[in-house]
Design a protein around this ligand. Sequence first.
Ligand code: ZN
Ligand code: ZN
Length: 363
Amino acid sequence: MDHAARRAKLRRRLAEEGLDAFLVINLEGSDGANLRYLTGFTGSAGGLIVGKEGDVFATDSRYTERAAREVPDLPIEKLPGRWLDWLADRLESLSLKRVGIGAQRTSLWLYRELEKRLKGVELVPLEGWVEGLRRVKDPEEVERIAAAARLTDEGLRWLLGRLKPGTSEREAALELEMWYRKNGADHVAFDLIVAFGEGSSMPHYLPGERELKEGDLILLDIGAKVDGYCADLTRVVALGRPAPEARAIYELVLEANRAGLEAVRAGVTGVEADRAARKLIQEAGYGDQFGHGLGHGVGLEVHEGPRLSPVSEDTLEAGMVVTVEPGVYLPGKLGVRIEDLVVVRPDGCEILSAFPKEELLVL
Ligand code: ZN
Ligand code: ZN
C-alpha cells in the first residue's frame, strides 16, 4: 500500500483549499480506519498531521514499537500523558495556522479540547476528505477484499455442513466466528448475523437462543476481515421443506439481486442502481417490506461510501467495492436478503462473493 501517495493527495488538496495541515486523531478506534488508510498503523491510539511541508506521526508508548514496523516511512514521535498539550505545541512549532480535521469522526469533546488549547490556530471541520479517497480502491485493496470474500464463502460452506435441528443461533454465529479467526481472518467484519425462522425478518438481527427446527429459513449475514479489509455476504437457506411463500419471496429477492447487479457499472448513480432492483420488489407488491437501501461501499470498514439507495447522492466509479443486497421482510414470519459483494468496472461489475444462490438451498 502506498500510504505516502495517499497523504500526497491530501496535501495537494490542502494547497487548493488554503489550509496548512490536516489532522487525523484516533482515540480508542474513533478514527482508526482513516489513520490506517493514510499510514498503515493498526493501533487504537495515535495521530497524524499531514502538513504542507511534511507529515508528523505520533503514538503513545504502548504502540511505538508496532508503529516503527507498520509506519516505516515516517519518524515515530512518542506522545506523553498530556498529549493534547503536546499536540498544541507541535502545531505551533510547525507554524500551522489553518488546520483541517475530519468532522465525522471527531467527537465534540475532542474538538472543544483542541479549540481551548490552540491559540492562533484556526480549526476547520471538513467532511469526507479521507473517506472520499477511500471510496475507489486500488488493486491491492481489491485483492484483500476478495481474499476476505473467499474466506467468508468458505466459512459459510463449513457452517452449513454442521447446522442441525437444535443448534442455537448464538452457537452457530460463535462457531463461525471462531472458524474465521482460526483460518486467517484478523477478526469478523461485524457481529455476524444468524437468524432462524421468524428472526430473519429483522435486517440487523441479534442472534439469540432460538434453536433451529425443520422448515425454518436460515438467514446468514456474515463477513470475515482479512488484512484490515472486510467482506459482507448474505445468504438464505432452509432446513427441510420451506413454505411456498418462502420460496416465492426468495425468487423475487433473487431477481431483484440480479437486476441490481446488472445495473451496477461506472457512471450509474446510487439512486439508479437502487431503483433497478427496488422496482421489481415494488411491482410484486412488497415495496414497503424493503426498508433499507440496496447497498453500501465496503473496505476498511464494512459500511462506507458510496451508498446505493433512494436518497444516495453518489455516482459509481470504477474501482469502488459495493454490496448489492435487496431484501423483503415480513415481520413475525420471515425475511429474505441476498447480498453480493462486487467491484465496479467501467462496463459492469465483477462479483467477489461466489457462494451459490441460484435456488433456495435446502439442507
Ligand atoms: Zn451484510
Ligand atoms: Zn451489507
